[in-house]
Design a binder for this molecule. Structure first.
Ligand SMILES: [Zn+2]
Length: 391
């Protein structure tokens, strides 16, 4: 095979250049949109003085805002079907007790167990979030099934009795959105936002695949069907105002999957990363994923606006580098080692033990031993495809 000097897939500068040739980087789109949104954020009831907006050019002229105004009076129809018990606590065996904690200005997060789905966690492993608006609440990724959703609802009522007025789903994996069902039961006309690819893929079989996975591993899917699919598609760069809360979403075309939204909440300067970042556990990539694309996305995010809080799909939220770097460094090491093995005409299984040694700092991450070899294999396939495309 031709072994020419080919682009180094591990240098971020080159990655960025390559990306720029084809499309505007999602982070750039976000950055531009943020500039335009700045004046509007300043008008909201919620004070924005703590926001870290130093990277924004606030002197820019606001010319095109294009904001979708959502009238919450038309979306909030409370049906009272679900009676929630606000006295009991939400406990999952050895994983302990879970509740929403204030993580940023008007943002509450419940950090789920950082493990794969199993009987004891009952299918709860993600990070549901609640954003408190003036007259209602906005939920991001309510969780992995109907029963968990009911518990999440009860916990939400402990922080506020305002109605839930909207949901965001970050991507197609059921552990993040199957709990929509419990919220829809109580608020039947609620708007559920997601990328159109997420809605399409879920309806065309991905929801059933995830139902099978979670049913087998957790046995806790009763009531989850019929699925409460998202009903409001959001394209890359969409800006939306929900009861004074301003969001911009970006859709990385190929990173964790091709269905993801990264959601920026501007009032609090919180960035919801979805599963483009995981901390303490590894998930799986599928045929729609790109590890090289995921690296590129995270490197762009690190270069752009500094948010005050970064929320991964799994694992603890935090400041930018502490949240993004462990997963990004993992992916970059896979790319570097994968490239080396590829150049030496080695197969991934021949080098995986050596690579695993270099990642000893991750040995306690959930599913590390199971998923790392598959990730290494995948990144080598991607490198091979890129090289073929160059020839
Ligand atoms: Zn996930």
């Amino acid at each position: 095979m031709k072994k020419t000097i080919i682009m180094s897939i591990i240098t971020s500068a080159l990655l960025t250049n390559l990306y720029a040739q084809e499309h505007k980087s999602p982070a750039t789109i976000l950055e531009e949109a943020l500039v335009k949104m700045e004046a509007l954020v300043a008008d909201t009831n919620i004070t924005t003085t703590e926001s870290n907006i130093t990277n924004l050019d606030i002197n820019s002229t606001v010319t095109d805002t294009n904001i979708t105004k959502v009238d919450i009076n038309t979306t909030t129809t409370e049906s009272n079907i679900t009676k929630v018990d606000t006295n009991s606590s939400f406990t999952l065996g050895k994983y302990g007790t879970f509740k929403f904690e204030k993580a940023n200005k008007n943002v509450y997060i419940m950090h789920g167990p950082v493990v794969s789905p199993n009987r004891e966690n009952q299918g709860f492993m993600n990070n549901p979030a609640v954003i408190e608006a003036k007259d209602g609440l906005i939920v991001v990724d309510p969780g992995g099934n109907y029963n968990i959703g009911k518990k999440i609802l009860a916990e939400i009522e402990k922080i506020s009795h305002k109605p839930i007025i909207a949901i965001f789903n970050t991507h197609k994996h059921g552990d993040h959105w199957f709990a929509n069902r419990a919220i829809v039961e109580k608020y039947p006309n609620i708007d559920i936002y997601a990328h159109p690819n997420m809605i399409k893929a879920s309806k065309e079989g991905e929801a059933d695949v995830w139902y099978g996975i979670l049913n087998r591993t957790t046995g806790n899917l009763k009531g989850t069907k019929p699925f409460a699919f998202p009903n409001k598609p959001l394209l890359d760069g969409a800006k939306i105002d929900i009861d004074g809360q301003k969001f911009i979403v970006q859709h990385p075309q190929d990173a964790h999957t091709d269905t993801d939204l990264v959601i920026a909440h501007l009032n609090s300067m919180t960035l919801f990363l979805g599963d483009n970042v995981m901390k303490g556990r590894l998930g799986s990539f599928d045929e729609s994923s790109s590890i090289l694309g995921n690296i590129e996305l995270l490197e762009n995010i690190k270069k752009e606006t500094n948010f005050t809080l970064y929320v991964p799909g799994h694992g603890k939220s935090g400041k930018r580098d502490e949240t993004i770097d462990p997963f990004l460094n993992y992916l970059k090491l896979l790319a570097t080692e994968g490239k080396k093995a590829y150049d030496e005409d080695k197969e991934s299984y021949e080098v995986k033990d050596e690579v695993m040694k270099k990642l000893s700092w991750m040995k306690d991450w959930d599913a590390f031993k199971r998923n790392m070899p598959a990730h290494l294999n995948k990144v080598m396939l991607e490198i091979g495809e890129e090289e073929l495309a160059q020839e």
